[in-house]
Write a protein that binds this ligand. Sequence first.
Ligand SMILES: Nc1nc2c([nH]c(=O)n2[C@H]2C[C@H](O)[C@@H](COP(=O)(O)OP(=O)(O)OP(=O)(O)O)O2)c(=O)[nH]1
Length: 317
Amino acid sequence: MGAARLHVLAGALRDREGRVLLAERPAGKHLAGLWEFPGGKREPGEAPLAALARELDEELGIALVEAEPLIRVPWRYHERELLLDAWCVTQWRGEPRSLEGQGLRWCRPAEADPAALAPADRAILQALRLPPHYLISPAEVLPAERGAWFKQIGRAIDAGERLVQLRLPLWPREEVRGFAATLLPMLREHGAQLLLNADIEGAQMLGIGVHLTAAQLVALDERPLPLQQTVAASCHDAAQLSRALRLGVDFATLSPVAATASHPQAQPLGWTRFQALAEAAAMPVYALGGMAPAQGAQARAAGAQGVAGIRGFWRWP
Ligand SMILES: Nc1nc2c([nH]c(=O)n2[C@H]2C[C@H](O)[C@@H](COP(=O)(O)OP(=O)(O)OP(=O)(O)O)O2)c(=O)[nH]1
């Protein structure tokens, strides 16, 4: 971090329908024509939330009442280095209106076009879209248990889970794809996302997301799917996270935070190291490895989007 790094506050105003307010950067300014979250630079000596409240008042004529941290995105635009500090604004007084001639638009995070946003804001959009839990199927599930796992995933969706990775190394690839296809109607009906582990071609065929292995991260030269299909990646260190960022990955898992039965030989990161890596990552990061849903608050406090896991996340029959 250089002394010249700008601290920029951005507020995602959320209305009762779950829509967020986007603003168009006016002509003549840096990143003109791209859409952003209202906000601006913190002034010397100003507290972050006070800066956000001042910017929202100046740009939209509203009074900030309540906001919670969303994600902090370190970013560099050529010679301009900034920390984009995004907050979810849950309560305000007044009706937002354009006081600086900027275009304004309410839209659902799932429907916003990432390509129309300022590049650093794609991470904010992902943080708004992604749920607090990321469920990964257990590696030991056999093809013969397909029916039981269809029910298991259905139960998780009924319980509110919205992000599932199919990782079934004991299954032939075609069977995993077939299983994914049978799950899709149920998942889509609930606005839930399904990602295939490592199978880029299968994800292309099905129009769904992919979760890249660390080995794939190194081998790929570009993002393997269009922006409309989620690309996630397994990361374990700073080099893999920056590789993921270069490929335009939407989110990462960072592991192992704690000791885990599935990877007993791996050295745990612990929360302090996790936090340092997650805060430098410029994308949402899930804590993985020895996690349970109850650790969600601790993970959020360490800069995570939420917690990911296998064993602790399914209700075994
Ligand atoms: N306010 C805001 N700025 C953003 C977002 N995303 C993003 O990359 N930025 C960048 C654009 C600018 O380089 C900087 C924000 O500064 P600002 O909004 O106070 O800047 P400004 O309009 O006064 O622009 P300027 O005087 O630097 O030309 O952060 C965002 O979502 N909101």
